[in-house]
Design a protein around this ligand. Structure first.
Ligand code: G1P
Length: 289
């Protein structure tokens, strides 16, 4: 059985939906409950058995690279002050996984970003996590998708129904159902107008991809927004091999914009062992029972 050992996290985007905050702070570094968004994503990968993580950043996102490096000056201050718990928390960050960084300084699209990881991924299937998309599922969504990959032996894309008027925000698929929650993809198109959308099943930001995606991305021409789209690369790959969709059960948060981020924060906060009870009480007081 082929294991999924590597994951790619594209994090080079400008974060325009989160301006003005993202003018100077990468949105991936904003805290969701008690830690940065990107740490939640990395912990989701690690909890699903993934050991090596490639983060795609840009020169404007050095804060992400710094976060995962050791900070010896901070560690020695915490040590001197006897702040053992804080010290362990800070040290743990650099030991979460084997994390490396690739720079994508030109905004040429998600497909272009994925193609930049070709050498480091090599000839094996891998996971992709889009950090804007946060999922509350049990077990972690990517773990469920790895199971689908192992059963069906093809790339797997997370899917969710969206309102007809929202098709312009997502990749949209045409499908045939093959098992409970599992669909065979027949076609896909990036951000179609509602009247052109083949369905209202949208691609969500978790993927298991076979390495043949790289060849397909080399042949992919710029599409929506003049960018090399991963959806277009997958549509090419579809001509050679089967691709599956997995309609997960759970809640999705669009953490790439302030309201979605706030909702995800509240949800993660309510589940947090140290914060949950007090937050629940506070929300009750604010809105009534
Ligand atoms: C990307 C993908 C799109 C997918 C979406 C999920 O779009 O290109 O197919 O539906 O993520 O969040 P973006 O949100 O980067 O525009």
């Amino acid at each position: 059985m082929i294991e999924i050992r590597k994951a790619v996290i594209p994090a080079a985007g400008l974060g325009t939906r989160f301006l003005p905050t993202t003018k100077s702070i990468p949105k991936e570094m904003l805290p969701l409950a008690d830690k940065p968004l990107i740490q939640h994503i990395i912990e989701e990968a690690v909890a699903s058995g993934i050991k090596q993580i490639i983060v795609i950043t840009s020169s404007a996102k050095i804060a992400i690279e710094e976060y995962f490096k050791r900070n010896l000056a901070l560690e020695s201050v915490l040590q001197e002050k006897g702040e053992t718990e804080l010290l362990e928390g800070v040290r743990r960050i650099s030991t979460l996984a084997n994390i490396s960084f690739i720079r994508q300084d030109q905004p040429l699209g998600l497909g272009h970003a994925i193609l930049a990881t070709r050498e480091i991924i090599g000839n094996e299937p891998f996971a992709v996590f889009l950090p804007d998309d946060i999922f509350d599922t049990d077990p972690p969504l990517i773990k469920q998708m790895i199971n689908v990959y192992q059963r069906h032996k093809g790339s797997v894309i997370a899917l969710r129904q969206v309102a007809k008027e929202d098709t312009v925000r997502y990749g949209i698929v045409k499908t045939d159902q093959v098992a409970e929650r599992v669909y065979r993809i027949l076609d896909m198109v990036e951000k179609p107008a509602p009247e052109e959308a083949p369905s209202n099943l949208a691609i969500m930001g978790r993927y298991i991809l076979t390495p043949e995606i790289f060849e397909a991305l080399i042949d992919t021409q710029p599409g929506t927004g003049g960018e090399i789209q991963l959806t277009d690369g997958l549509a090419l790959l579809l001509k050679q091999q089967a691709i599956y969709g997995y309609a997960f059960d759970g809640t999705y948060y669009d953490a790439g914009k302030p309201l979605g981020f706030l909702k995800a924060s509240v949800s993660l906060g309510l589940h947090h062992p140290g914060m949950g009870n007090e937050l629940r009480e506070h929300l009750r007081k604010l809105v009534g029972n």
